[in-house]
Design a protein around this ligand. Structure first.
Ligand SMILES: [Zn+2]
Length: 435
């Protein structure tokens, strides 16, 4: 297990790039869950910069660090994973992703809170703790009901937005140490929410161990993670990036939680992020919920599809290379026909895709994003400029490449007026398609 300062607070964070115990010196890496040697490639996307390291104009001539983006699969537990080349303190201390800029994500959170509060009897005497609470996109709905809540969010810039909204937020990484501090302070979670964070922690053991510590005896944890089954079936290789250390099948996620005394008693399959799982877990010895049929059915389905066998993971690379060729074919043909292509969105997944495919402003003139934090900056590695969405109307490109393809319906509806000047939409994943 690599040494990670998982509860390092920003106040004590050392300046500059955080050093990480890397296996780059020749020793084969070990699985972060079961410690077996990782000898099998899942997909190798070459060298890439950190996908959230957007560049301001003054940094365009500076050196830019690139790290291997080589996903491996463990032959023993089948956890697909990336080595930790960069410490979370470097990645997540200032984060460019403000959850509230996605209408559909805020709606997702609102619906979740309404359902969870009802189903688990969460009230004014309860405590809701959210890990990676971002800008308070979810806990705002909890606080509005008069239910006590604590957010835990290591990125100071997004945490500050949550605090302004009246959501108590601890600016720290979560792990056993912080969990123990909360418990010592008399604060245990009746409902613990961890959306899109378990995949982002290099020290999985410390993170899941912390969840088990901070839960009230009859509490419930709901954990949302992208589902590896959809990554593979949907060819979503662009959701592989350095910040995303682990890729879970349901079978592997259950095993990881079980190792810490957390029993999964229910599961939802969600459309978010291209296909996610919401795992409902309780402490094995004190939880009160019966295991649902959905748990048995999904486990059986994954086994039937071969997700319990190494061979299933080994054919993925060929499809990824084929997709790269198809996207380049399209963009090169558009260029030769004198067509203009611009992007929509500047998500992390877009940066994986563009860097892997070697697409720069020669093939994609610019992209636009609603997030003012990103406007005026440049995409890492490819240096494609990020502009205000109004630029589309001004420049009137022939094609708009939708980089956050998981939100394609919402985006194409928002951009409907672009049809008036004849623009067509292009989605890269799962297959290159003009809409
Ligand atoms: Zn393993």
């Amino acid at each position: 297990m690599p040494p990670v300062e998982s509860t390092l607070s920003l106040a004590t964070r050392p300046e500059g790039p955080a050093a990480v115990a890397s296996t780059a010196k020749g020793t084969p890496p070990a699985c972060r869950f079961c410690s077996a040697t990782l000898r099998h490639t899942f997909v190798d996307l070459g060298m890439s910069p950190l996908c959230e390291s957007y560049l301001p104009p003054e940094r365009l001539s500076a050196m830019e660090p690139f790290y291997p983006l080589h996903a491996r699969v463990c032959e023993r537990c089948l956890l697909v994973q990336l080595e930790e080349f960069v410490a979370p303190a470097e990645i997540f201390s200032e984060y460019a992703y403000f959850s509230s800029y996605s209408d559909s994500w805020v709606q997702h959170a609102r619906t979740y809170v309404a359902e969870a509060v009802e189903r688990f009897g969460i009230g004014r005497e309860s405590l809701v703790i959210e890990l990676a609470s971002n800008d308070g996109y979810l806990l705002q709905h909890v606080v509005a009901r008069g239910i006590p809540a604590i957010g835990i969010e290591p990125a100071a810039n997004v945490a500050a937005v949550a605090s302004e909204r009246g959501i108590p937020t601890i600016v720290q990484f979560f792990g056993r140490e912080l969990a123990a501090e909360l418990v010592a302070d008399g604060r245990r979670a009746d409902l613990l929410v961890a959306n899109n964070v378990m995949a982002h922690v290099p020290d999985l053991d410390d993170f899941v161990g912390g969840i088990a510590i901070v839960m009230a005896p009859r509490g419930v944890a709901t954990i949302e993670v992208p589902h590896l089954l959809h990554l593979i079936e949907g060819n979503q290789f662009d959701t592989i990036y350095h910040e995303h250390f682990s890729y879970f099948s349901f079978l592997t996620a259950r095993a990881v939680l079980a190792a810490h005394g957390l029993a999964v008693f229910d599961v939802d399959e969600l459309a978010s992020h291209g296909g996610s799982l919401r795992l409902y877990a309780q402490l094995r010895h004190t939880g009160r919920h019966a295991v649902s049929d959905r748990v048995r059915e999904l486990s059986a389905r994954e086994r039937a599809l071969g997700y319990d066998a190494l061979a299933t993971y080994s054919s993925f690379s060929a499809r990824v290379i084929d997709t790269k060729c198809r996207l380049l074919d399209f963009l090169i043909a558009a260029r030769r026909d004198g067509k203009r292509v611009a992007g929509y969105g500047a998500p992390g997944k877009g940066n994986t895709l563009l860097n892997y495919c070697g697409i720069r402003s020669d093939l994609l003139e610019f992209t636009v994003d609603r997030n003012p934090y990103k406007q005026g900056q440049f995409l890492p590695g490819t240096h494609i400029p990020i502009r205000h969405p109004e630029s589309l109307e001004q420049e009137r490109p022939d094609y708009i490449l939708v980089l956050p393809w998981n939100l394609k319906r919402e985006i194409i509806a928002q951009l409907a007026p672009a049809r008036d000047w004849g623009a067509q939409f292009v989605v890269p994943i799962p297959e290159v398609e003009v809409l």
